[in-house]
Design a protein around this ligand. Structure first.
Ligand SMILES: [Zn+2]
Length: 308
């Protein structure tokens, strides 16, 4: 399975126009490379790169009651250098905010991780309307959007591309977005989005600290999973923050104004860019926090902790 994927990945990377159009920078989402092999439809999910018989695919539904409190899980430490931020890129499936990962200036350590991991990029998934959009769900509840901060294990692997293929290669922090107050940190990014409305547009975006997008509450769930875009490799330690951040309707609408399509093509709004839920199979979701007792869990699901 893996050698096949490795070949597919290499072929996709070679055939991709990512690197030729955009100098030496390679795509770090995975999606865009296979996307460019077939220009016909959307992207991703026509590709033969899916993993048949995968046992740790993502995203999943997190069942609060089935998650297991692990008192040995450490707090996650986040240390980002805002000057490592480089670009915003509409890759035709999401927009990626990319970072200089040539050194250990923006890293995470601790939590469930044995090594420190370098920040490569972050991006979002969102819905056409507010009733869905997140990739993970909590007790089957969707949020309107989900942030993914993608890091790689530079202690054990020489490059992001190598790390993508290995079981402990990547660590992704997931943060749910819920509707509420305007998020001032996110607004800086939202203001830049009109400049990357079309697929394949890139703008400079230097000096941004994405830790402003991560809730200060330390609680998280963690499980072993995969990329949610091809090549879907089972290389990700997921760290899903329990508490969402609030964003307002205008900010979500700014995401929905982006396009899957290039300039000159018939416009297709960039919405519903999430992968469907995958089976949990034989996995345990661990929590860094002790489950709270409720008087009547059946009547009082998790709205109190999660908000609307
Ligand atoms: Zn993602």
């Amino acid at each position: 399975m893996l050698p096949l994927l490795r070949r597919a990945w290499a072929a996709a990377a070679a055939a991709s126009s990512c690197s030729s159009r955009r100098g030496s920078r390679r795509c770090s989402l995975g999606a865009c490379c296979s996307y460019r092999l077939r220009d016909a439809l959307h992207p991703l999910w026509q590709s033969p790169l899916t993993i048949p018989g995968g046992t740790r695919q993502s995203p999943i539904n997190i069942q609060w009651r089935d998650s297991v409190y692990d008192p040995f899980l450490k707090p996650l430490k986040i240390s980002y250098d805002p000057t490592t931020c480089l670009h915003i890129w509409n890759n035709g499936y999401s927009f990626l905010v990319e970072f200089d990962d040539s050194t250990d200036r923006s890293i995470i350590i601790g939590g469930p991780l044995e090594n420190q991991y370098r920040l490569k990029q972050f991006h979002f998934h969102w819905g056409a309307i507010n009733d869905w959009g997140s990739e993970h769900t909590v007790d089957s509840k969707f949020y309107p959007a989900e942030l993914h901060l993608v890091h790689w294990n530079a202690v054990e692997y020489p490059s992001f591309e190598d790390a993508v293929m290995e079981g402990n290669g990547l660590a992704v922090i997931g943060v749910f977005l819920k509707l509420g107050a305007r998020h001032e940190g996110l607004q800086t990014l939202v203001d830049a989005l009109p400049a990357v409305r079309h697929k394949d547009t890139v703008i400079e975006f230097d000096v941004f600290d994405p830790s402003c997008l991560i809730p200060s509450c330390p609680d998280y769930w963690t499980y072993a999973g995969s990329l949610t875009t091809p090549p879907l490799t089972e290389s990700v330690t997921w760290i899903i923050k329990k508490k969402p951040i609030e964003v307002d309707e205008d900010q979500l609408e700014a995401f929905r104004m982006l396009l899957f399509t290039s300039d000159g093509e018939e416009e297709k709004r960039m919405v519903d860019n999430f992968r469907p839920l995958q089976p949990l199979m034989n996995r345990t979701v661990r929590s860094s926090f002790r489950p709270q007792r409720r008087r009547d869990p059946a009547l009082r699901p998790h709205a109190e902790q999660l908000g609307p």
